[in-house]
Design a protein around this ligand. Sequence first.
Ligand SMILES: [Cu+2]
Length: 129
Amino acid sequence: MNHARKLTVLLFALAAIGGLAACGSSDRGTNTGTGTGEGPGGGKPVTIVVKNGEPVGGVQDLEYSAGEQVRFTVDSDLADEVHVHGYDLMKDVPAGGSVSFSFPAEIEGIFEVELEAHKEQIAELRVNP
Ligand SMILES: [Cu+2]
């Protein structure tokens, strides 16, 4: 009995992992060597400009400390859906329009911000303890 229940839990866990992996593979390497020096200070709004489905200036670094407010805007020339992994937030962005995110950085770690339909990473969200 006990064994069977454990197996069920395991299967659920696998299904959850499979679901997460289904969108946006993370095996692209998270090594973003952009030495821009100063990161966005806590609460300072950041705008990520997307042209032809790609982030202008490369994948943007968004760095926060746990508890800070994450704020950024995506300006896109193409219609897509912006997906913040980890926090699992999704918002549509119209062609030539923009969409803004504002949420507390309550999950620590490094997460991909992705243009879902184009499967393009546009930012790396880093939340430090
Ligand atoms: Cu995604």
